[in-house]
Design a protein around this ligand. Structure first.
Ligand SMILES: [Zn+2]
Length: 83
């Protein structure tokens, strides 16, 4: 048996409960912290644009003058980028 500690990606709270599964079988979790802005999350996203921090990375690259192709490559998950 393996115990995996799940923490909310937004507030870091460990007060998290299982919240059903997506149709493709991925486990969803709900944060029970009342002050947290994110209520439901997954540990691993199929589409990494939903992960926390991606919006900030895209904004940072746009401000620094990166093109759309650079941003799409730069904001991809490290496994997709190949490094
Ligand atoms: Zn939270």
């Amino acid at each position: 048996m393996v115990l995996v500690s799940v923490m909310c990606p937004s507030c870091g709270s460990a007060n998290v409960v299982k919240f059903g599964k997506r149709p493709d079988g991925v486990q969803r979790y709900a944060c029970r912290n009342e002050k947290c802005s994110r209520s439901v999350f997954q540990l691993d996203y199929k589409y990494h644009a939903c992960e926390p921090g991606i919006k900030f990375r895209i904004l940072e690259m746009a401000i620094n003058g990166s093109g759309v192709c650079d941003i799409s490559r730069g904001s991809a998950h490290p496994r997709r980028r190949g490094y």
